[in-house]
Write a protein that binds this ligand. Structure first.
Ligand SMILES: Cc1cc2nc3c(=O)[nH]c(=O)nc-3n(C[C@H](O)[C@H](O)[C@H](O)COP(=O)(O)OP(=O)(O)OC[C@H]3O[C@@H](n4cnc5c(N)ncnc54)[C@H](O)[C@@H]3O)c2cc1C
Length: 353
C-alpha cells in the first residue's frame, strides 16, 4: 500500500465520529474501499442519537477550553455545507444561543460573561424582540452569536445515507478478509477494553411537545442547582437536557426527571400542559480530562472521548484524521493529541492563569 493512500480502510463505530470520518475519507480517497462496522446497525442507537445537537463552542467554555473554538467553528461550517450538499433537512440552523437567568440568579450571567472569550462575550438582548414568549418570566438574556444547532437523529440518518451513496460499505460485523490497510477506531465507549482511561458519563434528557410555545434558537438557563438547556425541534418539540452524572448506566432517575421538569416549567407556564414524548439517558465517552483525543499506533488511528462535544468536534477531528493519513499539515491536530489536550484542560488553565 502507498502509505498516504490506503487501498482499504475499516472504520469501527457508526456514531458521529465514525460516520463523519467515513464521509470525509470517502471524499478525500475516492479510490479507497471504505467499510464501516457497527454491530448496533445503521443508524445505531448510541450516544450520538441521544445528543442535544447544540453546536456551541462559546457557551461550552466551562467544559471546553477556548483553544477548541476554531475547531468548533470549523465543524459548524462542515454541517452547514453538509446540509447544503445533501439537501436533507436535519434542522441545521445558525441563530446563535440565548442564555437566561431568573432575576435572583443574575450574577450567574455576569460570571459567564467574565469567562466567555472577549471577542464573543454575548450581547444583552431585549427578550420582547428576540424570544417574546420568554419575556413573560425573564428580564435578562445574553445572545451568543455564531452558534448553531441540529437534530442529531435526523443528522445520523442523513450521514448513513450520504456515506452509502459514496459507496461506503456498511456492515454489522467484519468479514474474514485480510486485515485492512488502515483501521479507524471510533467505537466510543465500546473501546473501553483497550482504552482503560475511557469512562461513561450519563446524560438524561426529556423530550416534550408544547403547541403553545416556540423558540428560534437553543436556550440555556443558568441555575445554581438545575442548569438546563432547551433545544427547539420542528413541530413544537423541545429537547431538554442534560444531566452530567458519573455513571455508565442508562436509566433516567426519578430525581433527574423531577429536576428537568421543574426547571422546564420555570421557563414558561404552558409547559405545565406539555406532552412528555420521551425520557431517556445516553452515556458519553470521556477521558479523565473530558477532552477528545486522536492517536495513532501502527495502522490504527483512534478518535474518541468526545464527551459533550460529539457534533461540535467530530467533523474537525475527521479532517485531522484525513490529514494525518495524507501527511498534510492541519492546525488542529496538535489540539487532539494526548499531551497537548492535557495542557489545555480548563482547571489546569485556571491554576496557571
Ligand atoms: C444526553 C446527551 C446530550 C448531548 N448533547 C450534545 C450536544 O448538544 N452537542 C454535542 O456536540 N454533543 C453532545 N453530546 C455528546 C455526543 O453525543 C457524544 O460526544 C458523541 O455521541 C460521541 O460519539 P462517538 O461516535 O464517539 O460515540 P457513539 O455515538 O457512542 O458511537 C460509538 C459506536 O461504536 C459502536 N461500537 C461499539 N463497539 C464496537 C465494536 N467492537 N465494533 C464496531 N462498532 C462498535 C457502538 O455500537 C456505537 O454505535 C451529548 C451526549 C449525550 C449523552
Amino acid at each position: 500500500m502507498n502509505e498516504h493512500n490506503p487501498k482499504t480502510i475499516t472504520i469501527q463505530g457508526a456514531g458521529v465520529m465514525g460516520l463523519t470520518c467515513a464521509y470525509v475519507l470517502a471524499e478525500a480517497f475516492p479510490e479507497t474501499e471504505i467499510t464501516v462496522i457497527d454491530p448496533a446497525g445503521f443508524p445505531a442507537d448510541n450516544a450520538s442519537r441521544m445528543a442535544g445537537g447544540m453546536l456551541a463552542p462559546y457557551c461550552e467554555c466551562d467544559h471546553l477550553p477556548p483553544a477548541y473554538i476554531p475547531a468548533g467553528l470549523e465543524s459548524i461550517a462542515f454541517w452547514r455545507e453538509f446540509s447544503d450538499k445533501t439537501g436533507a433537512s436535519f434542522e441545521f440552523a445558525q441563530e446563535g444561543s440565548l442564555i437566561l437567568a431568573h432575576a435572583e440568579d443574575r450574577h450567574m450571567l455576569e460570571r459567564l460573561r467574565a469567562v466567555l472569550p472577549p471577542e464573543n462575550a454575548g450581547t444583552p438582548v431585549d427578550l420582547t424582540q428576540t424570544e417574546p414568549l420568554l419575556a413573560e418570566r425573564f428580564k435578562n438574556g445574553l445572545l451568543i452569536e455564531g452558534e448553531a444547532h441540529l437534530h442529531p437523529r435526523k443528522t445520523m440518518e442523513t450521514l448513513v445515507q450520504a456515506v452509502y451513496e459514496k459507496n461506503v460499505t456498511l456492515a454489522e460485523k467484519e468479514g474474514a478478509n485480510r486485515a485492512p490497510d488502515l483501521r479507524i477506531d471510533a467505537r466510543g465507549l465500546g473501546a473501553q477494553d483497550d482504552q482503560p482511561g475511557l469512562r461513561g458519563v450519563k446524560g438524561e434528557i426529556l423530550i416534550v411537545r408544547n403547541p403553545d410555545f416556540s423558540l428560534k434558537r437553543p436556550v440555556r438557563l443558568m441555575h445554581p442547582r438545575y442548569p438546563l438547556y432547551i433545544v427547539p425541534r420542528e413541530g413544537n418539540i423541545f429537547m431538554i437536557g442534560a444531566t452530567i452524572i458519573e455513571s455508565a448506566d442508562d436509566h433516567v432517575s426519578l430525581r433527574s426527571g423531577l429536576e428537568l421538569m421543574s426547571a422546564l416549567y420555570s421557563l414558561h407556564p404552558t409547559f405545565a400542559h406539555a406532552e412528555v414524548v420521551e425520557m431517556k439517558a445516553g452515556v458519553r465517552p470521556a477521558y479523565a480530562d473530558n477532552l477528545p483525543r486522536i492517536s495513532r499506533e501502527g495502522e490504527t488511528i483512534r478518535a474518541n472521548g468526545l464527551f459533550r462535544h460529539g457534533f461540535l468536534l467530530a467533523p474537525a477531528m475527521a479532517a485531522c484524521v484525513r490529514d494525518m493519513i495524507k501527511g498534510n499539515d492541519n492546525a488542529q491536530i496538535r489540539l487532539f493529541n494526548k499531551e497537548n489536550s492535557h495542557e489545555n484542560h480548563p482547571q489546569r488553565r485556571r491554576k496557571t492563569a
